[in-house]
Design a protein around this ligand. Sequence first.
Ligand SMILES: *Cc1c(COP(=O)(O)O)cnc(C)c1O
Length: 382
Amino acid sequence: MGIPLSVPTFSGKESEYVQDCIATGWVSTAGSYVTRFEDAICEYTGAKHAIAVNSGTSALHMALLVSGVEAGDEVIVPAMTFISTANAVKYAGAEPIFADCTDDFSLDIPQVLTFLKHQDIKLDGIWNKTSKQRIRAIMPVHLYGNAVELTELISFCHQHDVVVIEDAAESLGTFYSKGDELVSTGIQGDLGCFSFNGNKIITSGGGGMIVTSNDAYAERLRHLTTQAKIDAVYYVHDEVGYNNRMTNLSAALGLAQLEQIESFISQKAQHFARYQERLSSCPWVQLASYPENLRSNYWFFTLKLNDAGSSEARDSLINKLFENNIQVRPAWRPLHLQTPYLEIQCLELAKTMELWESMICLPCSPGLKDTEIDKIAEVIGS
Ligand SMILES: *Cc1c(COP(=O)(O)O)cnc(C)c1O
């Protein structure tokens, strides 16, 4: 048996809640667990509204639609992210523009602000000088347990009618520490999206959640994700809606997982500390630490090869780990290298390429054993 990259732990009330759905017959897109899960996410993150959907990808898609992104608009997205961030922009009929990231894998905010300030800033928004299209939204992505501080970006965007949609798919449980306060990722922007796919910090099998403090967005999200139905007896629909709501079965699983999130995070924090200790004697690699202004969820552990220079050293380390049945992978393949996005406008992407060529993600499941970490470190050091 090998060591998987990231698999869930089911040690709470998962079976009890799912059995309850089956016993009561409430398995589909209505039922008390959907509401309970939404309420629990509001409580955990401090969000005003939470709308459960069937994936993180549809959360991003729906968030773009309700925020007014239309065909022909442009949306700034980091090149270093999972492809669904850009795909959601395409589903909305808009075009992504790819921006760079920082050492912490987060959207390079100074780069984005400089770019925006050099476009045509008009009363009705910011227009791209090259394409003549309107830049309608920005999607910062909080990657690998890190988070990007958004205060400055949000204040600039709000002066110019640009929407900020946080792709917080990986970052449930990551909080900014502000004085004595902890502020959740996902709730600073106009809308935030979480994912509960099987490899995320908690899972509902498949699912997502959109959070917002905007009452009108919340109402429209509930409407759009339930086929835009305005009459439940005569089935009257007032626009083209979507069947994107979460099922009660998924929500039951997700709620039981959310009840354990803090224990998953503390297990992962211990794994991280052990990796740090075991890898301290390998000078050619560096385990990336998490920014100090954060209480991270420790979602993924990332290792950087010092002076990699090309992807060869990375690939030979990946192969060596694979030969020992240890599942790892490189950083997200940058989106401007992906077939559907080869023609997209890009800002300078130097840091993205550097991270892509020099980084791997290590096994990080909550249930990882100390002996497994020791073995992984031994293989890396060998
Ligand atoms: C997982 C992920 C998504 C998509 O979530 P799904 O639930 O798999 O659709 C989007 N963005 C990022 C950064 C992710 O890691």
